[in-house]
Design a protein around this ligand. Structure first.
Ligand code: E4P
Length: 221
């Protein structure tokens, strides 16, 4: 399973990239807005730090605008994946950009039907938003399961990018289903790293080492 970071925060991107954990990045207008500053600078920096796919989203809602923005976004790097919304114009842009060799991530997917249509339009990724479905009392993970089954039936090449992830259990469930990618807010990735028994174990190891050192000052690794 590939791990993308769902953020435009450069500090988090550098932090987790330095650990070798990141296969890519997803951004959206809200995430760029949250960071403030010039989004161009942020997009430029992100595409330079990350070697894998970086999803940058269009903000136009009609076909030609999406195409123009898609071309502009692609100039940030060969690793840019253009994110188009799951609308009729978005699918048309998906098909045209894909035909030009520009990969597309179709975002704001909330049903299997939408995922099938995005795959038919040639999307490299579909992004089902599971947390937002959970929020309204639907089971987001069931959607991932259903899309996985359907894509398997027809050997669609489109990858399932699990989005709107809210906690580490979402990641485990997505991995069990065999989703291709999870895109994680930095705090979820941070939580995946941690286990209280790791902290206690390390504390005890270090305390025992101190005890040993107290018996002989010359002891070292
Ligand atoms: C996906 O690419 C989106 O950026 C993101 O996962 C949306 O998540 P949210 O529901 O937490 O805003």
């Amino acid at each position: 399973m590939k791990i993308f970071l769902d953020t435009a925060n450069l500090e988090s991107i550098r932090k987790y990239n330095d650990m070798g954990l990141l296969d890519g990045i997803t951004t959206n207008p809200s995430l760029l807005s949250k960071e403030g500053g010039d989004p161009k600078k942020a997009m430029d920096e992100i595409t330079r730090i990350i070697k894998g796919d970086v999803s940058l989203e269009v903000v136009s809602t009609e076909f030609q605008g999406m195409m123009d923005e898609g071309h502009k976004l692609r100039k940030y790097g060969d690793n840019v994946v253009v994110k188009c919304p799951m609308t009729a114009d978005g699918l048309k842009a998906c098909k045209s950009l894909t035909n030009e060799g520009i990969p597309v991530n179709v975002t704001l997917i909330f049903s299997s039907n939408q995922a099938v249509l995005a795959a038919k339009a040639g999307a490299k990724y579909v992004s089902p938003f599971i947390g937002r479905l959970d929020d309204i009392g639907h089971n987001g993970m069931n959607l991932i399961r259903e899309i996985k089954d359907i894509f398997k039936n027809y050997s669609f090449k489109t990858q399932i990018l699990v989005a709107s992830v809210r906690h580490p259990l979402h990641v485990v469930e997505a991995a069990k289903i065999g989703a291709d990618v999870v895109t994680l807010p930095p705090d979820v990735l941070g939580k995946m790293l941690k286990h209280p028994l790791t902290d206690i174990g390390l504390k005890n190891f270090l305390a025992d080492w101190e005890k040993l050192k107290n018996t002989n000052q010359n002891i070292s690794i």
